[in-house]
Design a binder for this molecule. Sequence first.
Ligand SMILES: *Cc1c(COP(=O)(O)O)cnc(C)c1O
Length: 390
Amino acid sequence: MKYKSNRLSNVPPYKFAEVQKMKKEALEAGVDVIDLGVGDPDLPTPKHIVNKLVEELQDPANLKYPSFAGSPEFREAVAAFYQKTYDVKLDPDTEVLALIGSKEGIGHLLPAVIDPGDYVLGPDPGYPVYRMATLLADGEYHNMSLEAAHGFKPNFDEIPNDILEKAKVMFLNYPSNPTGATVGIDVYERAIEFARKHKILVVTDSAYNMVTYNNYKSPSIMQVDGSKEFAVEFGSLSKAYCMTGWRIGYVVGNKEVIKSLSIYKSNVDTGVFTPIQKAAAHALTGDQSSVTEYNQVYKERMETMVAALQSIGIGTKPIHAGFFIWAPVPDGYTSEQFVATVLEQTGVIFTPGNIFGPGGEGYFRVSFSVPNERIQEAVERIREKLVIGS
Ligand SMILES: *Cc1c(COP(=O)(O)O)cnc(C)c1O
């Protein structure tokens, strides 16, 4: 008997679990743990969105099976959001699809568009789901290494020709998790040019598109001419509106890709609960003051964190988006050794960079998932208790 496919056996173990185990042990030992590892901020979903959900729950028609592609209200709200934010026109019927969170869509995209042995190009370091979803679709993953010296931007010329010939899909993610890097529209222009030349689908993951500060505005690949031919963009309500548990996102762009993904999905799921779609539509088109307010909170946490890390000799710079700081570990440590040492000596949890791919080795990620006072406390403890090089 073997209840595990070879495909699944090829997927490396979920590395976050190890950090979670160390956390559990520390908590059991009575340590006051400050968890700066999780990517799920402490701020609540804004009240008007919760109220809209409660209202929609009262209508029995909303409690039936949802439609596969998503409710018209939600798809129109995504199109309206693109019009308002990026001056991009989308057809809500054919160029927008509702997802059970963008992770679900990213996961199901690959079996819908690649064949076994096809190559997927993805950022290294990058969000682990791109790699895992590729392996689960029997594809091959190629790490596009993102260098600090190059602003963690992709270097398309570095991809070997033999890989390019077999490549079907390229993932890009800006504002980036884990590096915090942001880009201008020029990077997307080059990506579309590259896609046209090599017949590759570009997939952008815009999970942090609205989590921006310091006057930075994140562009969309959909603003580039030709994007509807060569690109799709995933988006999420999770980060901008603190709706991680609600499970709602979307994909926009190339019609054929959206069609393929919707055929695949119609055979494995039955869409997003309608009241959640209607509340999400309200989030996208309604009052955006919570977004501004939350971004201010992240900006302050980011500044506290960067100043604190710099004060203990860890080199890192202010960023303009997202809620993660990406920093090099001190000399003499691997990422995992450093994270384990910090937890042991101070009760503070970071995420080891190697979780995000081989290019993440030598780095750690800090998330602004806790209030400023706890960030201050974490840094005080590191300053007072951490013995680097012991
Ligand atoms: C959080 C996150 C997602 C997933 O968001 P959901 O919509 O909650 O599934 C996708 N990509 C990146 C880079 C993320 O950090």
